[in-house]
Design a protein around this ligand. Structure first.
Ligand SMILES: [Zn+2]
Length: 221
């Protein structure tokens, strides 16, 4: 999907080369964002490409920052946004399928009614992010930190939150069937109306229930 940065010893993936508002598909010498000489021109070309296409396939945009962009109804397939920064993104109907967004940071974003599947956010940070009403199934949220976020009314079927830290975050009325929370830390997380009994909380228990106290009941894991 992506080739390596041309800089000697750099292991980062090379950014997609965009020319005449199209992704150049044949591999040619490219650089990671860090080693891209004209960062603002490259970022501008990428944002223009995203803005003018509804469906974006195989874009490597690792390490970039996206601020204040409306990504409503954009469809990303097989894209790489690892180590990227998203801030003030206001969208609804955003779609990510088989995308890599590991070690990224999301701040002050509304991503309502998103459709995100088979994608990876491992090690990412979410601060003041609202995902209400989203399909977030088969995703990897291992090691994430979520602070003051809302995932209400979302489907987390078969997603993983291993070693995640969730604070002051709302997961009300969510489908947690086969959602894995092994070794996660949760502080002031509301699971009201969510099917916590179908979540996997303790890897030592083969059943579905375990690791959360009676008093917390169906509200907090
Ligand atoms: Zn590089």
């Amino acid at each position: 999907m992506s080739n390596k940065c041309q800089c000697p010893d750099c292991q980062n993936p090379a950014l997609s080369v965009i020319r005449n508002n199209e992704i150049i598909s044949s591999p040619e010498p490219g650089f990671c964002f860090k080693h891209t000489e004209d960062k603002s021109a490259h970022l501008e070309a990428m944002l223009k490409y995203i803005d003018s296409h509804e469906k974006i396939v195989g874009l490597c945009a690792s390490g970039i920052s996206i601020k204040g962009v409306d990504l409503s109804n954009k469809q990303f397939y097989g894209c790489n946004f690892q180590h990227s920064m998203f801030s003030n993104i206001h969208s609804s109907g955003l779609k990510f399928k088989i995308c890599m967004l590991d070690f990224s940071t999301f701040t002050d974003c509304d991503m309502l009614n998103s459709d995100i599947q088979f994608s990876s956010f491992s090690g990412s940070k979410f601060i003041h992010v609202v995902f209400t009403g989203s399909d977030l199934v088969h995703n990897n949220y291992n090691g994430i930190t979520a602070y003051q976020c809302s995932f209400d009314d979302s489907d987390f079927y078969n997603s993983r939150f291993i070693r995640a830290i969730l604070m002051n975050t709302s997961m009300k009325n969510c489908n947690l069937k086969k959602t894995i929370f092994y070794n996660s830390a949760r502080e002031h997380v509301s699971f009201k109306l969510s099917n916590t009994r179908e979540a996997l909380i303790d890897r030592n228990k083969s059943g579905l229930v375990g690791g959360f106290s009676e008093s917390e009941g169906e509200e907090e894991l």
